[in-house]
Design a protein around this ligand. Structure first.
Ligand SMILES: [Ca+2]
Length: 369
């Protein structure tokens, strides 16, 4: 008996919902369509079903609660800061240090590749990361000095048990205490890229800059770096595959270098005019307007190193911990094969070297509601 009563109630409720659904459908499809449907059974489109069974009050309450939750959720979503869409972001930004940034938009019709140590890049679906700004130049000595003077920061070269950075003594590489970002054993002006900075030092710089400006600065991920370096060109270099054309876009081990180090074999036959580091922006930019991606100094990335794995094809995320940090791009000491877009290198995060510097990424600003 109870079962039969429940069954009747369910049947009545179902009919009530169907009836109102039909009524609303006819309101939407008024005119000839409403007649053609011909399904209305207990009312007309003008009269809301006087003979319809009523929707039970418990369902009406439930519907009201759902509508209320939806309205509240909509209000909350509207109050949250919203990341500007890529097409609303300015193409360039300049910060308080005078650093220029270009907007990079991954996933807009371009795929990228994550390099392998074998120089045989694999295709990687570059649609997974968000737009970001990248510094068009490597961080200069003047910019790093501003950071040091503002904070009193001491680099790893100045504080490690094994003191010193790498420098040249009579053109011989020497790890010794006099060498740091201030001194390399070769001539550098304030507009040269800072070197002898470890990954830890670079990270300290971006953390300081983030706090100073209330924006998010960081080192590029390896995938971001490579995407930016390629500039949409799928070749060994952003200008193509000819290493002898590198002198147009990069300061690497060239004939100028060979003149200083005749014992070294393998420099290009072309001349870029710089045996050691060059002022940032000396050479032509890549198609994304970025300078010195292939040479001058290698650049720290945020990622821990691990071998490229198959999942890197579709996932740019890298290990959360490790022993070595990745750095990418060639330097004034690199041969062409070390300066390609795909070449990967890694060392301890405390290592400092006269060939490694960095450039920074700036996260797009969040727009106020
Ligand atoms: Ca050179």
């Amino acid at each position: 008996m109870i079962l039969s009563k429940n069954r009747i109630n369910r049947s009545t409720s179902k009919r009530a919902f169907q009836c109102w659904w039909e009524f609303l459908s006819l309101k939407k499809l008024s005119g000839p369509n409403s007649q053609r449907l011909g399904r209305i059974s207990c009312g007309t489109s003008e009269s809301p079903h006087s003979e319809c069974p009523k929707i039970p009050s418990k369902y009406l309450k439930l519907i009201c609660v759902v509508i209320l939750i939806a309205i509240l959720h909509g209000c909350q979503a509207g109050n949250q800061p919203k990341l500007e869409l890529a097409n609303e972001l300015p193409e360039t930004e300049v910060n308080s240090l005078g650093m220029n940034f270009h907007l990079i938009r991954p996933g807009q019709g371009h795929d990228t590749m994550l390099g392998t140590s074998q120089q045989k890049p694999i295709q990687w679906e570059g649609t997974a990361f968000r737009p970001f700004y990248v510094g068009i130049h490597e961080v200069t000595i003047a910019q790093f000095r501003t950071f040091v003077e503002a904070t009193g920061y001491l680099t790893d070269a100045e504080t490690d048990e094994i003191r010193g950075g790498l420098g040249l003594v009579n053109k011989v590489p020497t790890q010794d205490e006099p060498f740091s970002w201030r001194e390399t054993g070769f001539s550098q002006s304030d507009q040269h890229p800072v070197v002898n900075v470890s990954w830890n030092d670079a990270q300290a710089f971006v953390e300081w800059l983030s706090e100073e400006e209330g924006r998010t600065y960081r080192l590029p991920t390896e995938a971001e770096w490579e995407f930016a370096c390629r500039g949409g060109v799928y070749a060994q270099f952003s200008h193509g595959d000819d290493p002898e054309q590198l002198f147009l876009v990069a300061n690497i081990a060239d004939r100028s270098f060979a003149a200083e180090f005749p014992q070294m074999k393998g420099p290009t036959q072309s001349t870029d005019g710089h045996a050691f580091t060059a002022p940032v922006g000396t050479f032509a930019p890549n198609p994304y307007g970025l300078f010195d991606m292939h040479g001058n100094v290698s650049e720290w990335c945020s990622d821990w190193w691990r071998p490229v794995q198959s999942r890197d094809i579709s996932n740019p995320s890298r290990p959360r911990n490790g022993s070595f940090k990745v750095y990418r791009g060639g330097s004034w000491l690199s041969y062409p094969w070390q300066a390609t877009v795909a070449h990967r290198q890694f060392v301890s995060p405390s290592l400092r070297d006269y060939t490694i510097g960095f450039r920074v990424v700036l996260e797009p600003a969040r727009k106020s509601p």
